[in-house]
Design a protein around this ligand. Sequence first.
Ligand code: 13P
Length: 250
Amino acid sequence: MSRKKIIAGNWKMNKTPSEAVELVNTLKPLVQNPDVDVVYCVPAIDIIPVKKALEGSNVHLGAENVYFEDKGAYTGEISPAMLKDAGVEYVIIGHSERRQYFAETDQTVNKKLLKLLENGFRPIVCCGETLEQREAGITMDWIRMQIKIAFHGVSAEEAKGVVIAYEPIWAIGTGKTATAAQAEEVCRGIRETIADLYGTDTAEAVRIQYGGSMNAGNCKELLAQPDIDGGLIGGAALKPDFGTIVNYNK
Ligand code: 13P
């Protein structure tokens, strides 16, 4: 089965609304590749201006987080309905930075995943190990646990539409990319985990991204791996380099 590649930028806490519009306009001519789904996951306050700036372009809009309740007394949070109304399609959940700094857990990721699916979003579920876990030889045990908890209660049909991002924590923002072989090994393990849960049809449909210091120089080799269906890009998504990544096959 051929899965369409998905290259998503995670802008993290970068770009004010006016800077965000400027970046969209700079990147616009550089990110046109019909072979790739291109997504910008942007800070909540940038969503509305970026949506407007993206009009007529091939780029899909994403958010970096969501809350798992529909509405109510949750000061500072953003609901699925708010994101939907603003034109968001993709939502990142479970990023390691949210786990590390904002107490995100596998259980809250699971609640968010169920809520996103209930509301018709395309979730991007992040997983990844620390350096200590890798050195202890428990990478795949850890990732399997993260995936199994995140997908608890998700049907096979729903799972097909979920994007999984494998982001080794030691590779995020460090310039230290996983080798193509290391990234492929875990992405294949994730696909096997999905196959254990849902069968091979679902596993073959699910798209799995690699993230962690992916850049214009290393993207080609990473994206050539059979189980790596795209990238989740941090730093390089804020630069014209993002266009080179999107056009990795040209
Ligand atoms: P960097 O590409 O900056 O390493 O960030 C990766 C990431 O965390 C994307 O979600």
